[in-house]
Ligand binder design. Structure first.
Ligand code: NAD
Length: 302
């Protein structure tokens, strides 16, 4: 069996087209566009490239994008003041502080300071609580797990009654994803098992998964013999395993690898996601969707 490759880049393209169209329609009808503030502290190269992509994507959606660059030695209070400035700004519907922050700044303090109704990353405890309550309470599902659910639904992969095994219990991926997939309703309703470093027999859990999500951050953790034939394998892992020279730019770039052995698993699974080009592109699409939804909540459209 040769698995179907789920192309995250293609799905992202389709979602972004929808967001762009809806943004133009809202602008024509209400005279407003989503406003997104991205706050970058310092010059960590990975953070700079993530923020640059977010800024460019938001601009291409027709959003009002405000990029704030703060120096790595700014104080915690200066960052809190910046967040508060945009909490109060009615033209801003989403505030994103790029993580990680320099060590002298308490990340939780900053996340807690963001207005939960502008927290488009979905990290504020109020939004974590809303996600746990489910249904109409949910406002901003965190972008990576939301992207995975969107991906499954757009590929018509049945989650109803499916055995889903998620490897990794982080607040960023594993836990919120488990919450989203075990909910009652269309596109969810799965039987979810969350496995982690404390799990006794990882292989036995993985083997019974109809949908196996690897979000551990360990290259090649998931062995091909742990995959049920025909299963859907979603690889969230992004592991830097070396460097190479890019053919496009001639510059040094990281060699990325997921948590699964893509080639071997492709011969067993029904669906697989590549790394890069699978889950990664979905995250930014869902950030744009959350930002648009924030404006729609404000306008009473949802
Ligand atoms: P994390 O380190 O916070 O959590 C990893 C989880 O995996 C932990 O709960 C741990 O218990 C579990 N784990 C680790 N090793 C294990 C093992 N050997 N056996 C069983 N469980 C194990 O990481 P995270 O933030 O959840 O990210 C996970 C991976 O996903 C990373 O590679 C990260 O780069 C990637 N990621 C990708 C995206 C994206 O957009 N594509 C977004 C977020 C994270």
């Amino acid at each position: 069996m040769q698995a179907e490759i789920i192309n995250g880049l293609e799905i992202r393209k389709a979602i972004l087209e929808e967001i762009k169209t809806e943004t133009a329609e809202i602008k024509a009808k209400y005279g407003v566009v989503p406003g997104l503030v991205t706050i970058l502290v310092g010059e960590n190269p990975a953070s700079v490239s993530y923020v640059t992509l977010k800024v460019k994507t938001a601009e291409s959606m027709g959003f009002n994008e405000i990029q704030v660059n703060m120096s790595a030695d700014c104080t915690e209070q200066e960052l809190l003041d910046m967040v508060e400035k945009y909490n109060k700004d009615d033209s801003v519907h989403g505030i994103l502080v790029q993580l990680p922050l320099p060590k002298h700044i308490d990340e939780n303090k900053i996340i807690y300071a963001i207005d939960p109704d502008k927290d488009v990353d979905g990290f504020h405890p109020v939004n974590v609580g809303r996600l746990c309550l489910g249904g109409e309470h949910v406002k901003f599902p965190p972008c990576t797990p939301a992207g995975i659910v969107e991906m499954l639904n757009r590929k018509n992969i049945n989650t109803n009654g499916a055995e889903v095994v998620i490897v990794g219990r982080s607040n960023l991926v594993g836990k919120p994803l488990a919450n989203m997939l075990c909910r009652k309703g269309k596109g969810a309703n799965a039987t979810v098992t969350l496995v982690h470093t404390g799990t006794k027999d990882l292989a036995s859990h993985c083997r019974r998964a109809d949908i196996l999500v690897a979000a551990a951050g360990c290259p090649d953790l998931i062995k091909p013999e742990w995959v049920k034939p025909g299963a859907c394998v979603i690889d969230v892992g992004v592991n830097r395993v070396g460097e190479k020279i890019s053919e496009k730019t001639g510059k040094k770039v990281a060699i990325l690898k997921g948590d699964t052995d893509f080639e071997a698993i492709s011969k067993i699974a029904g669906y697989v996601t590549p790394v890069p080009g699978g889950v990664g592109p979905m995250t930014i699409a869902m950030l744009m969707k959350n930002t648009l939804n924030s404006l729609k909540f404000k306008l009473g459209l949802i």
